[in-house]
Design a protein around this ligand. Structure first.
Ligand code: NAD
Length: 546
């Protein structure tokens, strides 16, 4: 693989030079003392055989920044027990007292956005802009549930089978301890935003972030404790997924997982074996359809963000672009130019100048490159990109545009999860809907048209859990009041909305019979009781009482 050289990309800032001993020099806020404090929060080393720590690196340089303790299965058992002990007290607090903690957390999380962003950047390599935007997701989720939690969690009186004489009330009780297992692409937002509703509902949480990106998560957890979360309620365990995953799932009452579809299957099986519920947010192969009446002035910049934002490492990002015949040539020309322009703004810096960041690891960059090389070898056209940008940083990969991708290529059907998209030409609307749906995934889709009714008609026929009209993915993801999840192999359940809070509760049905009318009275013949029952059922239907 060749690297792009020749000073085409932005230069590194002086701040990110490395020390002579090969360790990274980090931004001034990120001191060794802070890293030691955060890694000291991991529930590890107290029980069972001590594990080798994980060496964390700064993605921009590939240099070491410190060691992350790894939890043994015994540590995980102890962490879950500690969370459970703290949860009993937490669940007994009135909801308004629990919410007061999150009122305070909202302010702290916003105030600390620069440190949060730096910690995200160190482990993930994304741009500062994207890291700050990621940091804002958690206060948005906090704010939404502060607004609605009382309504959603309130007991609901439903009425029993016999009006007035019986009642049935729906209560929402916390499940107990919830596991939150999160990936590295939006490590802070997913870990915290999925934990917040679980906590608000009255649960304890055992949180397992990805090793690469654990620091930002630990910092967010520290802020929640500063806001007043009771000690021990939110436990962080770290380790390789297969090492700690089974023990986590055996010791909790629900699992909220975000990651690949392959791992989602494993988690679903483990949850099934333990008879606990799970919510799975998985991968995608998301299509964008540019209808023939779309305005390319609007589409191009948005398509660039939808494909290359977060360097293409967003589950809802676009990898397949279907463009109407009439617009195709102009779209390809302008999109390729925009991708090149973006690539020239790549940079490994802790400031706001770079507009295109790194991939999260060299391993992942090589996986992305392998998809592109496979497509190239089998005859696809690489219009721009298709090369690592190792002179910017070891895990950078140039924004890439492909055409001529055929079904036998890896990128055609598999999630590449990098800054790579393929453009397809279409002339028949029914056919493009069929092509958009021809995937095992169903996470997100984007439809573009000046005619909203036209776009809606197409959207109604797309198989995806999120459909954005005249947007790539931001509108659905940021709408915290609406549940957001995948269909087909992209997930089970949803986050956000009422469902995103209620899934962390057990619904308990409390029935009351004020007078004994539901059982046969002593010595009453059964045929008489049956006649009365049938008459009552007919009457209640007629009066629309039941
Ligand atoms: P991954 O499945 O490899 O890992 C996700 C998390 O699961 C990590 O913390 C990992 O350590 C852990 N894990 C792995 N094996 C495990 C096991 N056997 N038991 C328990 N935990 C285990 O995914 P990834 O590569 O980190 O993330 C990228 C994937 O996540 C992509 O497919 C992307 O589309 C998906 N994703 C989906 C959403 C969504 O909301 N639908 C959001 C972000 C990312």
């Amino acid at each position: 693989m060749t690297a792009v050289t020749g000073g085409k990309w932005m230069e590194r800032s002086a701040m990110e030079t490395t020390t002579q001993d090969g360790t990274a020099t980090l931004p001034p806020r990120i001191t060794k003392a802070l890293i030691d404090r955060l890694t000291g929060m991991v529930a590890a080393g107290a029980a069972g055989e001590k594990r080798e720590p994980y060496e964390m690196i700064e993605v921009y340089t590939g240099k070491a920044i410190g060691s992350l303790p790894q939890s043994s299965p015994e540590d995980v058992v102890a962490a879950a027990a500690n969370a459970r002990a703290a949860q009993r007290e937490w669940a007994s607090w009135p909801l308004s007292r629990r919410l007061a903690v999150f009122e305070k957390a909202h302010e702290l999380l916003l105030a600390e956005h620069e440190t949060i962003a730096e910690l995200i950047q160190i482990g993930n390599g994304k741009t500062r802009r994207m890291a700050v935007e990621e940091s804002c997701d958690v206060p948005m989720v906090v704010s939404h549930y502060l607004k609605v939690a009382k309504r959603v969690l309130k007991p609901v009186r439903r009425g029993g089978p016999m009006p007035i004489i019986t009642t049935s009330t729906e209560q929402h009780r916390p499940k107990g301890v919830v596991a939150v297992i999160s990936p590295w692409n939006f490590p802070y937002a997913i870990s915290l935003s999925d934990s917040v509703p679980a906590l608000i509902a009255g649960n304890g949480v055992v949180l397992k972030p990805d090793n690469k990106t654990a620091l930002c998560v630990l910092y967010g957890v520290e802020l929640l404790y500063k806001a007043g979360l009771p000690r021990g309620l939110l436990q962080v365990v770290c380790g390789g997924g297969p090492d700690v995953g089974p023990t986590i799932i055996e010791n909790v009452d629900f699992v909220m997982f975000t990651g690949s579809t392959a791992t989602g299957r494993v988690i679903g099986e483990l949850a099934g074996r333990n008879l606990i519920g799970c919510s799975l947010e998985l991968g995608g192969k998301n299509p964008m359809i540019v209808l023939d009446d779309a305005d390319l002035d609007d589409v191009i910049p948005n398509a660039v963000f939808a494909v290359y934002g977060n360097s293409g490492q967003a589950c809802m990002h676009i990898e397949r672009i279907y463009v109407a015949d009439r617009l195709y040539d102009e779209f390809v020309r302008r999109f390729v130019a925009a991708a090149e322009e973006l690539g020239a703004k790549a940079g490994a810096r802790y400031d706001y100048t770079p507009e295109f960041g790194s991939l999260a690891s060299v391993d992942h960059m090589e996986k992305v490159a392998a998809h592109v090389e496979d497509a190239r070898a089998k005859g696809a056209t690489v219009h721009t990109g298709g090369v690592p940008m190792t002179d910017v940083g070891p895990a950078f990969y140039a924004p890439t545009v492909l055409t001529g991708v055929t079904a036998d290529m890896l990128h055609a059907t598999m999630e590449t999860f990098g800054p790579v998209a393929t453009i397809y030409r279409y002339s028949d609307e029914r056919d493009v809907i069929r092509q958009a749906n021809a995937t095992t995934y169903g996470l997100n889709a984007s439809v573009w048209s000046k005619d909203l009714a036209h776009a809606r008609r197409v959207a109604d026929r797309i198989e995806a859990g999120n459909i954005n009209i005249n947007d790539g993915y931001v509108t659905t993801y940021s709408s915290k009041g609406t549940p957001s999840g995948g269909v087909k192999q992209s997930g089970v359940g949803a986050r956000h909305g009422d469902a995103g809070l209620l899934k962390y509760t057990d619904t308990v049905n409390v029935g009351v019979q004020k007078i004994q009318v539901m059982t046969a009275r002593a010595r009453q013949p059964f045929d008489k009781q049956l006649r009365q029952t049938l008459m009552t059922l007919r009457l209640m239907r007629k009066l629309r009482i039941r």
